[in-house]
Design a protein around this ligand. Structure first.
Ligand SMILES: [Zn+2]
Length: 300
């Protein structure tokens, strides 16, 4: 019997839940992965590892076990609870959501929990850490929209991809990596040849200065936009087509300019008034090839 894809409640913001333990798998380094039918835990995604794992506890028969990491596991068509290995993270050879595979939230324990298969586990996520990661993740998406808007005049031609507000989608076209932690979201953009070919201009023209010289002004424009969105206390929700870990979820934010939508597997605030402030800092590498945005939410 193959394990079923885990059902997840984190998209709605859940931090607690109860579910049956379906399997316990040994991992490298003497650690163990507990698989449950459903969970509020957000695991690190193996395809796009932007939001770090939830931490917390599993309680079985009154015994509290610390969840020291949370990973994405996958079982191939021939695998199963006993019929094959659970592959973890980078060892998974297919992309997230491959329908032939089962996709599992792995609650990682530092030691063998014993025979707990079939028991009910009470799952509890560290809510403070989750809240901080959600704030950083919401900040990351808002930065994307504000940065796209601020850089829109620098496109000589339509790059063929626009964001929810119709601006050229610099964020997704130039994105090299996006990493959140409990303090900030750090987004790194590559300003290479391929971006230039798509029409982006970093050099000075008659209309605007070189990107390096424009940074203070750009930063101010982005931060003004972010401050306006926080002040508007815009509502945020995740649209969920199904309960499975692999469902294609979408972040929605009712901004004053209209509804913004971005595909997203992470967790988020419920409304932007949960923040007191959201500010970004833009840095350009010395050779001009990389733009880094560090966006810090301050929670209300
Ligand atoms: Zn996201």
């Amino acid at each position: 019997m193959t394990l079923p894809t885990t059902h997840v409640s984190f998209p709605a913001g859940a931090v607690t839940g109860e579910s049956t333990v379906l399997a316990v798998h040994p991992l490298d380094g003497g650690r163990y992965a507990v698989v449950t039918g459903a969970t509020p835990f957000h695991p690190l995604d193996h395809t796009w590892p932007d939001q770090p794992a939830d931490l917390g506890t599993l309680t079985v028969d009154g015994v509290e076990l610390a969840v020291v990491d949370c990973l994405t596991g996958a079982v191939g068509p021939d695998g199963g609870s006993d019929g094959g290995p659970v592959l973890v993270g980078a060892d998974i050879p297919v992309r997230r959501g491959d329908e032939e595979w089962s996709w599992l939230v792995l609650h990682v324990l530092a030691a063998d929990p014993g025979d707990i298969v079939g028991r009910t586990a009470a799952l509890a996520v560290d809510a403070g850490r989750r809240g901080a990661l959600s704030a950083s993740h919401s900040g990351c998406h808002l930065l994307a929209l504000a940065l796209n808007e601020a850089l829109a005049p620098r496109w000589r031609k339509d790059p063929g991809r626009t964001d929810a507000f119709g601006h050229p989608d610099f964020d997704s076209l130039a994105m090299a990596s996006s990493v959140m932690d409990t303090e900030a979201s750090t987004d790194t953009y590559r300003l290479g040849k391929s971006l230039r070919k798509k029409g982006f201009t970093a050099e000075a023209t008659e209309e605007f200065p070189a990107l390096a010289d424009a940074l203070p002004e750009l930063t101010e424009a982005v931060n003004r936009r972010l401050a306006g969105w926080v002040a508007a206390d815009a509502a945020v929700r995740i649209d969920v087509p199904g309960p499975e870990l692999t469902a294609r979820r979408e972040w929605n934010c009712e901004l004053p300019e209209g509804a913004a939508r971005i595909f997203c597997g992470g967790t988020h605030l419920h409304h932007l008034g949960e923040l007191a402030e959201l500010r970004t800092e833009l840095r350009l590498s010395e050779d001009g090839s990389e733009l880094v945005a560090v966006t810090r939410p301050k929670r209300a």
